[in-house]
Write a protein that binds this ligand. Structure first.
Ligand SMILES: [Zn+2]
Length: 255
């Protein structure tokens, strides 16, 4: 994106933020964010990042838009049902926002492609809907020495935690994946339609803080929109963590 008068006008309301300034805006313009998942979280994060002038946004998702997505995913409409999510998202954002650079990747993240697809990121954003794939993201980010921002939504509750190189990782928080079917999903427990935008907003704020080198201390934000129960829990490395301390990459096996 050109950095002339239009650039200053377009981003004037965020350049004036003392946390950004022109230098911060230029840093955002040079950054690459990789989003894994193009559902409610990932598509909302992609739009916010594109609007704020993030240089390059890669979105990875194998799925097509389903009718049951539409109550909560603003990026998709009825005419998109059956079309690949990443393709719809790239077309929509590229046409909507001048300078938006969205790279659609219609693949599922698997051990064989994770390192390649996440490499080059300044930060990785979680837009996944299952824990298994998050353990793969965790391993790949540890291997590539990348920060990533975990985000989860189900029913009326959400979780966000940034994981920085050298700090605690997902397996410090949840050492092993849950048994299949043990956790509620949006299919079994539902999801309030305003929840993805809320959690995505916190994730994007965390991502921009990381890009600007202003990340906070390691913590988990747990929120519930219905009970008004919001809490921040400090996180620290488990000295017996198999991944970040032990160096094991159990979920990258087969790469
Ligand atoms: Zn760990």
């Amino acid at each position: 994106m050109a950095e002339g008068g239009d650039w200053k006008e377009r981003f004037s309301r965020q350049i004036v933020l003392p946390q950004l300034g022109e230098e911060g805006q230029l840093a955002l313009g040079r950054a690459t964010v990789v989003i894994v998942g193009a559902g409610g979280l990932g598509s909302t994060s992609a739009e916010t990042l594109a609007r704020m002038g993030l240089g390059h946004v890669r979105v990875i998702d194998p799925d097509v838009v389903e009718l049951s997505n539409l109550h909560r995913v603003r990026a998709y409409g009825d005419s998109d049902v059956g079309r690949p999510k990443v393709q719809v998202l790239a077309e929509r954002l590229t046409g909507l926002i001048e300078g938006a650079t969205i790279e659609p990747v219609r693949q599922r993240l698997v051990p064989g492609n994770a390192l390649e697809l996440l490499s080059g990121a300044d930060v990785v954003l979680d837009g996944l809907d299952n824990m298994e794939d998050r353990y793969l993201v965790n391993d790949a980010c540890l291997e590539l020495d990348l920060p990533w921002v975990y985000g989860g939504v189900v029913a009326t509750g959400g979780l966000v935690a940034p994981f920085m190189p050298g700090g605690p990782c997902l397996r410090c928080l949840f050492p092993e994946p849950p048994a299949e079917g043990a956790l509620p999903t949006t299919a079994t427990a539902g999801i309030h339609p305003s929840l993805p935008a809320l959690v995505s907003s916190v994730q994007v704020a965390q991502a921009s803080r990381i890009v600007l080198g202003q990340e906070g201390s390691a913590s988990l934000l747990a929120m519930d929109m219905w009970s008004d129960d919001w809490r921040v829990v400090d996180l620290s490395r488990r000295q017996d963590c198999p991944a970040c301390v032990g160096g094991r990459r159990d979920f990258l096996k087969g790469a």
